[in-house]
Design a protein around this ligand. Structure first.
Ligand code: ATP
Ligand code: MG
Length: 564
């Protein structure tokens, strides 16, 4: 491709609303352009990378027994109602109506749709197992779209679904896909970890996330040094016991003017946070819930959602009016004399003589104890695990890192098959629901993970396998006859075997070099003054300082070595 004719509008300035390197660099390199919040278009360079990632995923999926199909983006409401997710999926679901007032959604995922597809056609155990997959644009009306393709509202996903006769075979299919994903992300060269994950509204209880390690990742990963345990924070149980057998002291009301936060209260009362109890006042569909956790810890919303079996999007913080209507006072909620459902983390039971709000402005109660002074529903473990906590498997302390979720796999069981009527007849003619698994790769998000892990101050450093082009030829001065000729010859010859971008623009050398660093093509050939002697410079984007002067034949050999 000749850069003089290529649509690659690079930007010098860092775009103001792009916060993370991959987003900035994709805009600056002319890979993508924003349409509106969370919606992007791919320009030629970006589309080439997307296709590269797609091709790696496709080849691996085929090798591991998947068969590619393509379902429509628009999905009928009925199949979503059958599974209960028309409501449960919440405000992320893009809904629409046709002229006859029929309702549809733009698929955010396709468990229902694939079950529906096979429901009428898979009749016999002889047709199983089966693994169907697609590359399809997905739509999710994310609450906070951000970071470019990392969390967008329109994105490319590879989604696969396995169909099996029973749980045991489903688990086999699940591990087959786990292996496939390992192969994909290893091939792409990502530094990633696999973590146990909460399966959320998806159902099934069996799930692994593939997380590319990155500071900007939204996934919080807790793992042991020996990697014998690794889980998403949403899922990680907290092994943290309180054993306090002190005698219960009489409750006392104390004046704590203006002290609303745990920090302020501990300070005023000259105690420590772990001797206080934090009360989180929640409004769930108009009903008041008060959640109690040890003052030095944080509430894990996913654990609470699972315990209450509610939708996360239905949970709001209580407003002042509602707090007051529950006999409490904003910032001073406590369990004694409160109107509303009180839920607590198990550990509250074992705490002694702790501090709570007095439901009255500027007052707290001290020496409060569960059982004697108040009752509450024990919800088990409601806490976020922290770095330094003991690992659930006992292998030392937990470490914390952040990751970008590039893929996730689920063993679903029969939830969707039952909802959509996907049954098969076994050897004895008995009708059974099909066991399913569901497997997603965020193809577009994977690009952002690659860039987060492979860039420097000058731009992107593409690994060869997903680079938009393998080689870039830069003529320092295209008006110089020798340089132009050598550049053209190289371009002609190399293009036969490789993907080559030829910077034949009439531009200052500095601009060409900056663009070259920015777009990050792995192998670089600079055609400069030595062209007249048949010598050019070869370097790699990943090792820019190391420049080799090579004659043509040497250059071809060198490139062959690099691109096997
Ligand atoms: P997240 O927790 O990041 O919102 P998810 O768990 O809801 O993601 P899945 O339903 O597991 O996502 O979807 C499969 C894959 O699709 C994810 O692993 C991720 O790589 C990708 N993905 C999900 N949401 C987005 C998004 N808003 N933008 C880009 N990619 C996404
Ligand atoms: Mg996920």
């Amino acid at each position: 491709m000749r850069l003089s004719k290529y649509y690659m509008p690079t930007l010098r300035e860092v775009p103001a609303d792009a916060e993370i390197p991959s987003h900035q660099l994709m805009l600056r390199a002319g890979m993508i352009r924003k349409t509106c919040s969370g919606i992007y278009s791919y320009l030629p360079l970006g589309l080439r990378v997307l296709r590269k990632v797609e091709e790696i995923v496709r080849r691996n999926m085929d090798e591991f027994g998947g068969q590619e199909i393509r379902m429509s983006i628009v999905q009928p409401k009925e199949i979503w109602e059958a599974s209960g997710r028309w409501e449960k999926y919440g405000p992320e679901l893009f809904k629409l109506k046709d002229r006859a007032e029929q309702e549809f959604c733009l698929g955010p995922t396709a468990e229902e749709y694939f079950s529906f597809l096979v429901a009428n056609e898979l009749n016999s155990y002889k047709q199983l197992p089966l693994n169907l997959y697609q590359f399809q644009i997905k739509y999710r009306d994310e609450k906070r779209p951000r970071f470019g393709l990392n969390r967008s509202r329109e994105f490319l996903m590879k989604d696969a679904y396995s169909f099996d006769v029973d749980r045991e075979h489903m688990i086999e299919s699940y591990h087959n896909m786990e292996e496939c994903y390992d192969s994909i992300f290893t091939e792409i060269g990502l530094d990633y970890v696999k973590v146990d994950s909460d399966s959320g509204q998806m159902g099934g209880n069996l799930s692994i996330e593939f997380q590319a390690l990155s500071e900007i990742g939204e996934g919080e990963l807790l793992y042991t040094k020996d990697l014998s345990y690794a889980a998403n924070r949403e899922k990680c149980p907290v092994i943290y016991k309180i054993e306090d057998n002190s005698e219960m002291l009489p409750v006392e009301k104390v004046h704590t003017p203006g002290a609303k936060t745990i920090e302020e209260v501990s300070k005023v009362l000259n105690t420590t946070a772990n001797n206080t109890v934090k009360m989180i006042d929640l409004n769930i569909k108009g009903k008041p819930y008060f959640v109690m956790i040890p003052g030095d810890r944080e509430l894990n919303m996913v654990k609470l959602v699972n315990f209450l079996d509610v939708n996360e999007f239905d949970i709001e913080m209580m407003d002042d009016e509602m707090i007051k209507s529950c006999n409490s006072h904003p910032g001073f909620s406590g369990p004694i004399g409160l109107k509303g459902e009180i839920i607590m983390d198990s550990r509250i039971k074992d705490m002694r003589n702790f501090v709570v709000g007095a439901n009255e402005e500027d007052y707290h109660l001290i020496n409060v104890n569960y059982g004697r002074d108040f009752e509450a529903i024990d919800a088990g473990d409601l806490l976020n695990a922290n770095e330094g906590d003991l690992a659930p498997n006992g292998h030392g302390e937990l470490l914390l890192r952040r990751g970008i979720e590039v893929g996730q796999i689920f063993g679903l069981g029969t939830k969707y098959a039952e909802a959509e009527g996907a049954y098969y007849l076994d050897e004895n003619g008995k009708r059974n629901p099909i066991y399913m698994g569901s497997y997603g790769v965020g193809v577009s998000r994977t690009i952002t993970a690659v860039i987060e892990q492979n860039h420097d101050d000058y731009g992107i450093i593409w690994p060869l396998c997903v680079a938009p082009f393998e080689i870039i030829i830069t003529t320092v001065n295209i008006k110089d006859e020798d340089q132009r000729r050598v550049g053209e010859e190289l371009y002609e010859k190399l293009s036969k075997d490789y993907e080559v971008l030829f910077d034949d623009r009439v531009e200052r050398a500095g601009i060409k070099f900056n663009d070259r660093d920015l777009i990050g093509i792995p192998l670089r050939i600079t055609v400069g003054k030595s062209a007249k002697d048949g010598v050019v410079e070869f370097s790699k984007r990943s090792d820019m300082e190391n420049r080799e002067e090579l004659a043509m034949e040497e250059l071809y050999e060198r490139i062959k070595e690099e691109i096997k």
